[in-house]
Design a protein around this ligand. Structure first.
Ligand code: FES
Length: 166
């Protein structure tokens, strides 16, 4: 039996196109054992992220604490809470890259893009993430932009290295 999920109120605005997907997933799975994990996984698969507004809506509909939803999302690295940008920048923090300046590159990318790790720029162009060794240790420190490996990256080259991804 379908429930009137549309009547659940949320404090944060939920995009109508997202609510359609959430209602479909929630109606199909809300009574299943382990519904929270299943619903969050399906939302992540369908929409690519689970925003704070979506979290609130899912928590109210499943009648579980919002902290439980947040706990699941932060425990499993496969979940995202914001949409991913057109280009994903992954800064390697494997051992070789770490000792050859990886942390400094993190600071520089955050400064140049004006976002923190895990965030996406407001123009949806770049998402900044950390990754582990990508097998190019001899070129450390290494940054990946999408599938491109950029080696021996210097902080002063960060802005220039992103120009081709305009
Ligand atoms: S540690 Fe960065 S590529 Fe291996």
């Amino acid at each position: 039996m379908s429930v009137a999920i549309n009547e659940v109120s949320t404090e944060v605005a939920l995009a109508p196109e997202h609510q359609v997907v959430l209602d479909e997933i929630l109606n199909a799975n809300k009574d299943r054992p382990g519904a929270t994990m299943l619903v969050l996984t399906l939302v992540q698969e369908r929409l690519g992220f689970v925003s704070p507004a979506m979290q609130t809506y899912i928590a109210k509909t499943l009648n579980v604490p919002l902290s439980h939803i947040y706990g699941v999302l932060t425990f499993y690295s496969s979940f995202r809470m914001s949409p991913i940008g057109r280009h994903k920048i992954s800064i390697c923090l494997g051992t070789a890259c770490y000792v050859r300046g990886g942390p400094t590159l993190i600071d520089k990318f955050q400064q140049v893009l004006n976002v923190k790790m895990g965030e996406t720029t407001p123009d949806n162009r770049f998402t900044l993430e950390i990754c582990r060794c990508v097998g190019a240790c001899s070129q450390a420190p290494v940054v990946m932009v999408d599938d491109d490996i950029i080696g021996q990256v210097k902080p002063q080259d960060v802005a220039k290295s992103l120009r081709k991804y305009e």
